[in-house]
Design a protein around this ligand. Structure first.
Ligand code: GLV
Ligand code: MN
Ligand code: MN
Length: 425
């Protein structure tokens, strides 16, 4: 295979292995918190590799890293690729990092083959894409595009008494700069942005032939980090049913009702996924106590903003019904919104053509998960995504990916870069 000939496979394997070595969570899986020391270590590691490949290195005010292989005509807007280097707590190695390593491997491959594309090729490594640590997703790309607000930086760490602003300051960044309203780079200087990512779902891995996907759209989401259902804490033996205000029972009823609605909405063809998690009862809860309070998170996702609005409104309405029925009350925290995004049809077609030129079969599929590409796409940058088959899902420590599949996706990326100006001439 061509990619083996130029050592790209071995290069990618070494990079994945070396980064894995310092990313292991002490208990299980991989933990690279955004604005934490391990994410920083990945950025430092990549800067070293950039030196070896003679790439230009830039870091913006939020710590996003840009590695550029200069093109023949530096007045042209660049072809950008990249993803994020952080992970969820005790997650897998490839969510985000696959796109970073694909970009670096592509730059290595261009250097090995002494190919200088017409325009600059830039690998961007975004900071903190994952919402799992502080509740806010796409922090690096939102900072790059001047879209963070002070409330975002006031969000608290999932299990430490630290705000996001404090974490950023500790990591050496100036939060006044991070909250600036302008873009840290000129978006008009990006001709195309392609993010490679593992699929994180089972579709591609179920295929023998198509191990690579070209994404047709990116789901948006409505999320709450910590809502509450508040009832009355009481003795589990002494209080009969009619006198209870059991918060866990109320939540059970809410989940049952929402699950039924979800089925109905799917049956009438809406794109919708719905998750409630991070359930916690009070630290004093015990077998003999009727639970008086439950806190929980909400994550609703769809390709359609209208579906998100309506399902969220339905959830609030069901909470009101249950509150009246059971004498409990619900408190919702701030609604966090990630916009759904379309991919650029011309750029996606270019990727399909590149795959066909490289004789790599691809499947066109939507992205269920959220990605930084959505932030750029919604600001008018032509974006698309390459998905790579992976095993055992994602956002869990068992997530896997075969390097052979990764190299197919990387070859599509490489081909799309070297043919970009043929097709756009
Ligand atoms: C990104 O990791 C997401 O939660 O979709
Ligand atoms: Mn993720
Ligand atoms: Mn990701």
């Amino acid at each position: 295979m061509q990619q083996l000939r130029y050592g790209a496979y071995d290069f990618a394997k070494k990079v994945f292995d070396e980064i894995r070595d310092f990313s292991r969570d002490p208990v299980i899986g991989i933990s690279r918190q955004g604005y934490g020391p391990i994410e920083q270590k990945v950025h430092d590691y990549l800067k070293e590799r950039a030196k070896e490949l003679d790439l230009e290195v830039k870091i913006d005010r939020a710590g996003n890293l840009f590695l550029t292989l200069p093109g023949l005509d530096r007045t042209l807007p660049c072809y950008m690729t990249g993803s994020h280097a952080d992970s969820v707590p005790q997650g897998g190695h490839y969510d985000g990092l696959a796109g970073v390593v694909a970009g670096l491997t592509t730059l290595y491959w261009l250097r090995q083959t002494k190919t200088q594309p017409k325009r600059d090729v830039t690998l961007v490594v975004f900071r903190m894409e994952e919402s799992s640590w502080f509740g806010k997703a796409y922090v690096g790309s939102l900072a790059m595009t001047g879209q963070l607000v002070p409330e975002d930086l006031a969000l608290k760490h999932r299990n430490k008494d630290q705000t996001l602003a404090e974490a950023m300051t500790e990591a050496g960044f100036d939060t006044n700069e991070i909250l600036r309203k302008d873009c840290s780079i000129d978006l008009k200087r990006i001709a195309a942005f392609t993010e490679l990512h593992i699929e994180q779902g089972p579709t591609l891995d179920s295929k023998k032939k198509e191990r690579v996907g070209i994404v047709t759209g990116i789901r948006g989401n409505f999320r709450h980090k910590e809502c509450r259902c508040i009832g009355v804490t009481a003795h589990s033996g002494a209080v009969n049913k009619e006198f209870r205000h059991d918060a866990v029972m109320a939540m059970g009823n809410l989940l049952y009702r929402m699950d039924k609605h979800w089925d109905e909405w799917l049956a009438r063809g809406e794109d919708l996924v719905f998750t409630m998690g991070v359930f916690k009862t009070s630290s004093s809860s015990a077998i003999a106590i009727i639970p008086g309070e439950v806190s929980f998170s909400i994550d609703i996702r769809s390709l359609s903003r209208d579906t998100l609005n309506r399902f969220h409104a339905l959830l609030e309405a069901e909470c009101a019904v249950i509150a009246a029925d059971r004498g409990v009350r619900f408190e919702f925290d701030r609604l966090l919104i990630c916009e759904e995004a379309n991919v650029d049809p011309d750029l996606s077609q270019h990727l399909v053509n590149a795959a066909s030129k490289a004789e790599i079969p691809v499947l066109q599929i939507p992205s269920g998960a959220g990605h930084d590409s959505a932030v750029l796409g919604n600001l008018g940058v032509p974006v698309t995504m390459i998905f790579v088959a992976n095993q055992d899902g994602s956002h869990n420590p068992h997530e896997k990916m075969k390097l052979e599949d990764f190299m197919l996706g990387t070859e599509v990326l490489f081909t799309s870069i070297v043919t970009y100006d043929d097709l756009n001439a």
